[in-house]
Design a protein around this ligand. Sequence first.
Ligand SMILES: Nc1nc2c(ncn2[C@@H]2O[C@H](COP(=O)(O)OP(=O)(O)OP(=O)(O)O)[C@@H](O)[C@H]2O)c(=O)[nH]1
Ligand SMILES: [Mg+2]
Length: 371
Amino acid sequence: MIVKRFSGQTVEEALMRAKWELGDEAVLLSSGASRDKWWKFWEKGYHVLAATDYPLGPSGKAEPNEDSGREIAVSSAAQSVREPRKDRLEEMMELLTRMDEKIAASQFSPKSTHRKANALVSRLLEWEWEEKWAKEITQDVPKGSVESQLAQVEERLKQRLVFSPPLSALPTGRPRIVAVIGPTGAGKTTTIAKLAGGMITQEMRVLLITTDTFRVAAADQLESFGGILDLPVAVAKKPQDVPELIRRHDADIVLIDTPGHSIHEAVGLRSAQSVIKNAGTTDVLLCMPATYTRSLFVDTARKMSGNTRVSLCLTKLDEAFWPGSVSGALLELNYPVMYVTAGQKVPQDIEGAGQSRYLAEWLVKGGTYHG
Ligand SMILES: Nc1nc2c(ncn2[C@@H]2O[C@H](COP(=O)(O)OP(=O)(O)OP(=O)(O)O)[C@@H](O)[C@H]2O)c(=O)[nH]1
Ligand SMILES: [Mg+2]
């Protein structure tokens, strides 16, 4: 006798395999859901345990040997025993097929709210949301299609996020002094150029100051933007020079560029804080790339801001496809978001975060950012 296990996506498929290999004479010993580790983890599987009297033939299938063939040919008694066995097998197959259909139907039942909730969480997890935030933001979302539930999640996110209004001139007539800080290559200098470009169209008087005198050609980058936009650019050799430079110019808004540095670089962290302290800043804009992982984003934002109240400028949204890490980081930090940038073009690839019609949707659904 041969006893063998067969698997399939459905019981019927497993049975077909058993019959194909062991022949129509095979009898079903047991069946059930496959929980073995070897079954493809993303699919549900079923197994059947089947047996036959015949040994495996050269084809790899069970074939009657001479004796058993003779047995079938000559023994009408044996035939009569096998016939009801065959009927039973067909009967069981029919029963199992119906069971399969029932299981499949219950999985897609609109009544199953638990499964609906999971479908919503799964959708967020697909976009690399962390399970903790996915579960929290979807808690008690009313029933409906996943699409309509995602619209609710988007609304909730809008309510949870904090936005700062875009920079404008102060009503006091004194200059608004904005320090732009952030990790290396986050887009600080480019963001300053984008902001300045927009401010010129609003007829604000803008002064650009760079404190980035450590690196080769760092000041040149801001000076070239200043040249293109026809704006004054001042170079501060040390943070203490900034107030004097501001006094020398009559500006509504002063945008101060700072050198990028890593959070492991204590000197860099101190120098950015020194600019903030010495320049008499009214605002600090922290540029953070949307391409960071959630933990790197949160760690960097916390270390860069220190004890200073900052607003975020989310940069490089166009380079990030999966929103989970940014959404999770924003929920965790709860910092106000002032701007988002999604592209290298100056000045157009920037928008006020609170005014963005697409940000909340992107933070839920991801994909290419259409700012
Ligand atoms: N795709 C994309 N690229 C951007 C965006 N913002 C800036 N960049 C690019 O990122 C690169 C670095 O930008 P910078 O403005 O020099 O960055 P930074 O923070 O001033 O860099 P450091 O001063 O070296 O720390 C440049 O190639 C920019 O064009 C954005 O929103 N999207
Ligand atoms: Mg720079």
